[in-house]
Ligand binder design. Structure first.
Ligand code: ME8
Length: 486
């Protein structure tokens, strides 16, 4: 039986369309998933929408439509973007799905109760709907949440609390021992420092009369499960946890990796493992934490007007070009910047002059001179012949490093063509010239195989050109000239 690999994206808030930061997360996850498929593993990629949030209710009411209608529209946009980006997800979970998600959320709650970790308390605090979390006075700037620019709601209410503090030590131990690996090291240290200061118990429910969406607390419908408690459970409920049909849960849990942005580290590295420990379930093996995509050095935000809509980039350059930029120019370990200008420049350098040109050059020679030879490129499903540093980079989540290695392999091949000048050689010594072109085609084939996780369509296109021994009719990536829009 092949090794299984369960990888997840966070579930996205469907209160607005996804921007390039979200697209970065899903692209990264898809590249990793495809890499693991290439290794012959049985991969399960989960993504979805975090729908039980007041943000959606507010957005729908602003748009003047019913919440359900609003959600369906935004989710259709999510899926359409994922299709354009070739995100090969196995399941898209919607947490408002009463059949798929609710039983798991309720089962988790029952287990927390069973462990004696849920307690009703009266609570007074400041709630930020943007964060979907209580925040403290000291987080505010001029009385407002600095991230969302809104005055938080002052709440005094009865909530069920989860005894998170009880798990501080155990979670810390699991992270230190590597049972729960947090990558990169900087994020591991960040969460260990937080755990060192101690965790406080968290409010895990809201009065149902104050929230309009969500999963009711089992046995007390006057309370609704807190959106983060409910959202985290998606990683289990999608697999059938809490339902009779839980074959996927048995097969794929614990997750191999949750890939998240740095802003939701605390939820995933403190609250989530504590919930799983309380519910007596195994912890995910790894959390991979990426940075933020900025534009012009600033966090993308609607107020600053620097949000880049991935759909616009795709319309102009294609989904593969967006994948390549994100893989090649954004470090998965830190924040990374993109502007429309830097994107165009990179597109021309990496794709038009790079892969596109290289493929045309080699395949033109092959078409002209190899039509009566029979080069067979072996289709192998394993990772034979692929450089080991490329594989190692992927195993270390260094998608940028792996992509740089393919880029270098392409430059090396380009230089080799300049230096060996097969088009001249063939005129002097036909057989030697042909042998050289065959070698170049073989190297191009290896590059196509390496490109498989990063540029699945282009990889296939190059393989087909090789198989059919012809050059592309139009360049794989036509050059963009200065007066083009975007
Ligand atoms: O946090 N660059 O949803 P979300 C990179 N529903 N990543 C970014 C980014 C940027 N500029 N902006 C956002 C939520 N992200 C919850 C998750 S999971 C059980 C619940 C990332 O739609 C962000 O870091 O606000 C997060 O990982 C993801 O997008 C979803 O953000």
């Amino acid at each position: 039986m092949s090794k299984t690999f369960y990888i997840t994206t966070p579930i996205f808030y469907p209160n607005a369309n996804l921007h390039l930061g979200h697209a970065y997360n899903t692209t990264l996850v898809d590249i990793l998933a495809r890499y693991h498929r290439l290794k012959g593993e049985e991969v399960y990629l989960l993504t979805g929408a975090d729908e039980n949030t007041e943000k959606v209710v507010r957005a729908a009411s602003l748009a003047g439509v019913e919440t359900k209608e609003y959600l369906d529209g935004i989710v259709a946009n999510f899926k359409s973007l994922f299709q354009k980006l070739s995100i090969s997800y196995d399941q898209f979970i919607r947490t408002s799905d009463e059949k798929v998600h609710f039983p798991g959320a309720q089962e988790m709650w029952r287990r927390l109760v069973e462990a004696g970790d849920i307690e009703k308390r009266s609570y007074e605090g400041l709630y930020c709907v943007g964060h979907e979390a209580f925040i403290t006075e000291k987080d505010l700037v001029n009385g407002k949440c600095p991230d969302h620019g809104e005055t938080p709601q002052g709440l005094k209410e009865e909530n069920y609390f989860f005894k998170l503090s009880k798990y501080t030590k155990t979670v810390s131990e699991k992270i230190r021992s590597g049972e729960l690996q947090i990558i990169p090291e900087t994020r591991r240290n960040e969460i260990l420092a937080l755990l060192e200061r101690g965790l406080e118990d968290v409010s895990f429910s809201r009065p149902s009369e104050k929230v309009s969406v969500g999963v009711k607390v089992p046995g007390d419908s006057s309370q609704t499960i807190y959106v983060w408690c409910d959202a985290l459970v998606n990683y289990l409920s999608a697999l059938g946890f809490g339902r009779a049909d839980d074959a996927l849960f048995k097969k794929f849990w614990p997750a191999d990796v949750h890939v998240i942005g740095k802003d939701i580290l605390r939820f995933h590295a403190a609250i989530w493992p504590a919930m799983l420990l309380s519910a007596k379930l195994p912890l995910p093996k790894q959390l991979f934490v990426h940075g933020f995509i900025t534009s012009g050095g600033k966090k993308m935000s609607k107020t600053l007007g620097n949000v880049i809509d991935p759909n616009e980039l795709i319309a102009e350059y294609g989904g593969e070009a967006v994948r390549f930029f994100l893989a090649r120019h954004i470090s998965p370990f830190e924040d990374g910047d993109i502007t429309l200008e830097s994107f165009k420049e990179a597109y021309n350098a990496d794709l038009a002059n790079g892969i596109g040109n290289l493929t045309s050059r080699i395949m033109k020679m092959a078409q002209d001179h190899l039509h009566d030879t029979n080069i067979r490129m072996e289709e192998t499903n394993d990772t034979n012949k692929i450089p080991s540093d490329f594989l190692k980079a992927f195993d270390d989540y260094d998608v940028q490093g792996a992509t740089t290695i393919v880029s270098k392999a392409m430059s090396t091949l380009d230089t080799r063509i300049q230096e060996t000048a097969p088009f001249k050689l063939i005129k002097i010594d036909k057989e030697k010239g042909r042998a050289l072109i065959v070698e170049l085609v073989r190297e191009l084939y290896t590059i196509a195989r390496m490109l498989n996780p990063i540029l699945p369509e282009t990889s296939e296109k190059i393989k087909t050109l090789i198989k059919e021994n012809r050059m592309p009719e139009i360049s794989l990536f036509p050059r963009k000239v200065d007066n083009d829009s975007c």
